[in-house]
Design a protein around this ligand. Structure first.
Ligand SMILES: Cc1cc2nc3c(=O)[nH]c(=O)nc-3n(C[C@H](O)[C@H](O)[C@H](O)COP(=O)(O)OP(=O)(O)OC[C@H]3O[C@@H](n4cnc5c(N)ncnc54)[C@H](O)[C@@H]3O)c2cc1C
Length: 405
């Protein structure tokens, strides 16, 4: 039996701990926070979208440029395995209308409770309030604790420190400099699944912040996404925006801004919309005609004004065209701290196929701190769990071959 330190008690670290303990290793999990799995619990507030039900070949493409690196890891722990694992912890799942998979409880706390109980039966030791600060000159892990500094000398280590969004939940993204100093390549951390700035008029900001645009289609470049967007005081966020956010983020970084197009009635063609608008008496206000003909909400009508100017055309065909394509300019990306997830991280070039750092043999990396990104839809948790499992298997392979850190 070997001793393994897992640093970070999120989905990736806890999955690594489970796999290692089931294989008979002595596992200690360290987390800097007073309790574990805080981001997982936060994800539970949105229903806990564990994974997605689409076919595996489409699923792995969601990881964009990193699809080839992640595909074998996801195939080794696919959505069906994640669903079975959750079921084993008493959490039956269902497939929502968009193909997303959720636990029937629609929250994370029962899953996390059952998981921690399972880990206890496997004798996994969890040490909270242990903040990993790096390695000492002899290669021991250093931790800051309320009782002072402590060190650990495990046979192998799994780092699962998370990204840098929602830092108050424990993952602050303070590790890139620490790893770079060891010669480990880290791609700069960037917001993923983030909101964007829009220079709203005071009226839109004050009256409509917090209101959703439902059932819209948003186009950026050649990509069109159906879904929901939320108007915020700063701009726009929500599922349809997140799905485009990697491309939008990169365009804003390159050009200073990015223009997207919102189709407020994607299920109807422009001539159908025009015909319905034309049935309304021309004497009414534009807002009333749009409300009666097409059920446009006050937010939607005002969005048209933001996009096309205050005086909307009265001609039905021109109005229909305006509804099918309202341009909005995004002027910035909301901060990483407010994003759902983090792009960038430990570069795959510095890892072997088992997720071990070539610059630090015996140290494996898992979860969101790796350099991949994906849209919302369950892809983030699926990759976190799958890479946690892959790192644990890597540790086992190394320990079984008799190598210690
Ligand atoms: C609001 C919100 C909603 C989300 N909803 C979903 C969803 O529905 N579906 C989905 O797939 N994904 C969702 N996500 C993303 C998902 O939660 C993350 O991708 C996932 O938690 C990443 O897992 P991880 O184990 O890599 O990192 P984390 O869950 O971030 O865990 C990392 C752990 O490491 C600890 N740590 C960090 N540094 C140190 C250190 N130096 N010493 C000791 N401990 C340390 C942290 O305290 C933390 O507990 C959501 C994220 C947010 C913010």
């Amino acid at each position: 039996m070997g001793s393994v330190a897992v640093i970070g008690a999120g989905p990736a670290g806890l999955m690594a701990a489970q796999v290692l303990a089931e294989a008979g290793q002595a596992v200690t999990v360290y987390d800097r926070m007073p309790s574990v799995g805080r981001k997982l619990l936060m994800a539970g507030r949105g229903g806990l979208n564990l994974t997605h039900s689409e076919p595996l070949d489409a699923f792995v493409k969601r990881y964009g440029p990193q699809a080839t690196r992640l595909a074998p890891l996801i195939e080794a722990f696919p959505p069906s395995a994640l669903i079975a694992w959750a079921g084993g912890l008493g959490q039956e799942t269902f497939v929502g209308s968009s193909g997303r998979v959720f636990p029937k409880a629609l929250k994370a706390s029962p899953l996390l409770r059952a998981w921690l109980a399972r880990l206890r039966t496997l004798s996994v030791e969890i040490r909270t309030r242990h903040d990993w600060t790096g390695w000492d000159k002899d290669g021991a892990l250093r931790f800051r604790t309320p009782d002072g500094e402590t060190v650990a000398r495990p046979d192998a280590t799994v780092l699962a420190l998370g990204g840098a969004s929602w830092p108050k939940l424990g993952s602050t993204g303070d590790w890139p400099d620490r790893l770079s100093a060891e010669g480990i390549a880290v791609t700069p951390l960037k917001p993923a699944n983030a909101g964007f700035d829009v220079a709203w008029s005071d009226m839109v900001r004050d009256r409509f912040a917090g209101q959703p645009l439902k059932g819209v289609a948003i186009t950026f470049g050649r990509v069109r996404v159906r879904g929901e967007a939320m108007v915020t005081r700063h701009g726009l966020e929500g599922g349809a925006i997140y799905a485009l956010s990697a491309a939008l983020r990169d365009a804003v970084a390159k050009d200073g801004s990015a223009k997207l197009w919102i189709d407020l009635r994607p299920d109807a063609a422009a001539d159908q919309l025009a015909a319905r608008i034309a049935q309304q008496p021309a004497g009414q206000s534009v807002a009333n005609r749009l409300r009666k003909a097409l059920h446009l909400t006050p937010l939607e009508t005002n969005l048209l004004r933001e996009a096309h100017g205050k005086d909307l055309p009265s001609d039905p065909a021109a109005l229909a065209t305006a509804i099918k394509g309202a341009p909005l300019t995004l002027t910035g990306v909301r901060p990483l701290a407010r994003a759902i997830s983090t792009a960038g991280g430990v570069a795959f070039e510095g890892l072997d196929d088992q997720l071990m750092l070539t610059a630090r043999p015996g140290v494996f990396v898992a979860g969101e701190m790796l350099d991949w990104e994906a849209p919302t839809g369950g892809y983030l948790l699926q990759a976190s769990f799958a890479t946690g499992l892959a790192a644990a298997r890597g540790v086992l392979g190394r320990l079984e071959s008799g190598v210690v850190q």
